[in-house]
Design a protein around this ligand. Sequence first.
Ligand code: SF4
Length: 318
Amino acid sequence: MKQGNYISPIFKLSLRDADSVPRKISYSQWATYEQCPRKWKLNYIDKLDSYTDSIETTFGTAFHETLQHYLTIMYTDSVKRADSLDLRAILTQKLRMEYSRCLETNGGIHYSNAIQMAEYLEDGSAILDWFTKRRKQYFSTKDWELIGIELELCTPASKSNPSVYWYGFIDVVLRHVPTNTIHILDIKTSRMGWNQHQKADPIKTAQLIAYKNYFSEQFGIPKDNITVEFFIVKRKIVEESMFPQKRIQQFKPAAGSVTQKKVQRQVDAFVEACFDTEGNKNETRTYLAVSGKGDKHCKYCPFKTDYANCPKADRIRN
Ligand code: SF4
């Protein structure tokens, strides 16, 4: 469990010691493979990952923690106390702390500056201000209880392999007490929200379908009693719009049994192709380089110009 996060005592009983499992895979690992198997191999087998910190990831972490802190106080203490929090000050402190943490791990290489940080702070404060004024539209303590914040999932990823575990943290889990329904939320920080293309992206939406499947497995809650939602916050809104602009976009992807089975089949295929029954990675098979239509997968890929590891001639555009 991540330090400082919350989990309801009864759900704690079903947590697993993640250090004791042979192999863990995450949503981002699986999504990388789904998009381009070569990219997965270069990242996770050859360890050529060139992850770099950015203001977006720093802001994302700081904003998540600020909103999660508000919700924890709201559900475990009182709405009044949550509303009395100085969220701007908390966000400022978390931005500073996260930026310092990244500098410590990257050898002190600056990737932002005071002007940019100030802009993100203003954006985050505007979202929090908008949210607290309309909090009742999104979260209520009447009939709802908090199950977890950054709730750790660690459960077998595929029935065909006992060594590979799905591992991840769910941003917010609530329970609607009268119906005993679990509501899983994933918070996304975004510039202007998700467009139709992003909402229709099956790899993006699969994150919550997978969380639903694995939450059900680990905590013994029927899938029919679990709902999922992306809680997307927008840093920017269209200022001259004729219509009132919302800072928060709620998106509930299709998560019925057909979609659940489809996602599980894809994870099964990934586990079977890439791991042996002891959880070792398959280093000998061929991992196709799938660049996608118009090379869209390569656009932000760190191996885009690494022609030694991903020759142009290998790239498949379908
Ligand atoms: S550059 Fe394109 S084809 Fe090569 S690994 Fe990256 S996404 Fe795959």
